[in-house]
Design a protein around this ligand. Structure first.
Ligand code: SF4
Length: 201
């Protein structure tokens, strides 16, 4: 369990750097998310690795909510948006993240981020809401792509996932990744408890 907590601290340290880098670029280019927008969180296609969900799984464990959350996740019958998104509008597009401090890396890149296209050139991924809301900053950013390159999505994800190859190698739907992270945390906690008992005996 100690090793998992140490790994989680290292993941969170990288999360801090990622959030700072991407937020600074988005602010500077005027491409930050609309306040209260939750369209990304609603998408069943949103993915994370088990490693990225370890800080959240440990947080839930420390709050005594790991088993209850695991049961709720197991009861989900079809792919859906993030379990931790709290809808605040009828259509669900307005809402908030209930685990903001522990959110995985993909959520720290929402809005605008760089990627390599098929020719290996730097391209910009911008959410459609921002493109509609802020057409001028979007066009200006496209023009300035070479002189002011965006932070790259893949670099941010690799920075996290290289901390543990096994847990970081596979991208899963976000709720499945959390489910597996919770299973791992609960197993490690149970195993640590067993060892403590044996030492006491
Ligand atoms: S963890 Fe939070 S920010 Fe990320 S998808 Fe879920 S609700 Fe949205």
């Amino acid at each position: 369990m100690q090793r998992l907590r140490e790994l989680s601290r290292r993941v969170e340290a990288v999360y801090g750097e990622i959030a700072e880098t991407f937020s600074a670029y988005q602010q500077q280019r005027g491409l930050n998310c609309r306040s209260g927008c939750g369209e990304c969180c609603l998408q069943p296609t949103i993915e994370a690795t088990v490693l990225e969900m370890i800080p959240l799984a440990l947080h839930l464990f420390d709050q005594g909510k790991a088993e209850q959350t695991l049961t709720q996740l197991e009861e989900l019958t079809e792919p859906q948006g993030c379990f931790f998104y709290q809808k605040q509008s009828f259509d669900g597009k307005q809402g908030q993240c209930s685990v903001y401090q522990q959110r995985p890396s993909i959520c720290r890149l929402f809005g605008a981020a760089g990627y390599r296209d098929k020719q290996g050139k730097t391209s910009l991924s911008v959410c459609k809401v921002i493109k509609t809301d802020r057409p001028v900053p979007y066009q200006d950013t496209l023009i300035a792509l070479e002189s002011d390159p965006p932070p790259m999505m893949i670099m941010a994800k690799e920075q996290v996932n290289e901390l543990d190859y096994e847990l970081g190698k596979q991208h899963l739907p976000i709720n499945d990744a959390l489910q597996q992270a919770l299973e791992r945390v609960l197993f490690k906690a149970w195993y640590s408890g067993m060892n403590d008992d044996q030492q006491i005996a």
